[in-house]
Ligand binder design. Structure first.
Ligand SMILES: [Zn+2]
Length: 167
C-alpha cells in the first residue's frame, strides 16, 4: 500500500457512520508503518473490543484509492484446540486466533441489515502472517517467492471481500 494520512484513513470508510470513522482508534504504530509490506491495514479497536477495521487500496485508474471497511467480531470464540483457517491469508491456526467477522454492506442493503461474514485472523494481522507464518508444505520453496505469492493471494481475497461488501 501507499502511505496514508490519518485523514485519508478516516475518510476511507464506506460502511460506517462518519462519527464512527472520526472516533475510531488508529492502529498501533500509525503513521510509521512499513506501508509497502501491507496488502491491507487491519486492526482491532482497543476501545471497542468487538470492532475491527480493514483498509485496502483498490485500483482506480493509475492511482490506488483507499477503501475502509468496519467489521464486527462474533462474541462467541472457537476453542484453541479447534483447527481453523483465516479465509483471507489462509493461515491455519488454533480456533482462538481466528474469528468470524461481519461487515455491514454499503447502501440500501446495509440499511436493511444486510451483512457479509467471513473468518479472519482475530487480530486482523494477515499482512504480517503471510510473511512470517509459512506453511510447512511451502518451506522448501524460495522464501521470497512464497511470501510474494501469499501476499498476492491475500490482496486478491481482501479485494474480493471489499467488493462483496460494496456490491
Ligand atoms: Zn489472516
Amino acid at each position: 500500500m501507499h502511505a496514508l494520512t490519518e485523514q485519508q484513513v478516516r475518510r476511507s470508510f464506506v460502511n460506517c457512520s462518519q462519527g464512527e470513522a472520526k472516533g475510531l482508534a488508529l492502529p498501533k504504530g500509525f503513521p510509521d508503518l512499513v506501508w509497502p509490506e501491507l496488502e491491507l491495514l487491519g486492526w482491532r479497536d482497543p476501545k471497542a473490543p468487538l470492532r475491527g477495521y480493514l483498509v485496502v487500496e483498490t485500483p482506480d485508474g493509475d492511482q490506488g484509492r483507499p477503501v475502509g471497511i468496519a467489521v464486527r467480531a462474533a462474541e462467541s470464540r472457537m476453542s484453541p484446540r479447534t483447527a481453523a483457517m483465516c479465509l483471507l491469508c489462509q493461515t491455519a491456526q488454533g480456533g482462538d486466533a481466528v474469528s468470524l467477522f461481519t461487515a455491514k454492506r454499503t447502501g440500501a442493503a446495509g440499511r436493511n441489515g444486510n451483512t457479509i461474514g467471513t473468518y479472519m485472523c482475530a487480530d486482523l494481522g494477515c499482512a504480517d502472517r503471510v510473511r512470517t507464518d509459512i506453511p510447512p508444505w511451502l518451506q522448501d520453496r524460495n522464501p521470497a517467492e512464497v511470501v510474494a505469492d501469499r501476499a498476492a493471494e491475500l490482496r486478491e481475497r481482501v479485494r474480493g471481500f471489499v467488493d462483496a461488501v460494496r456490491r
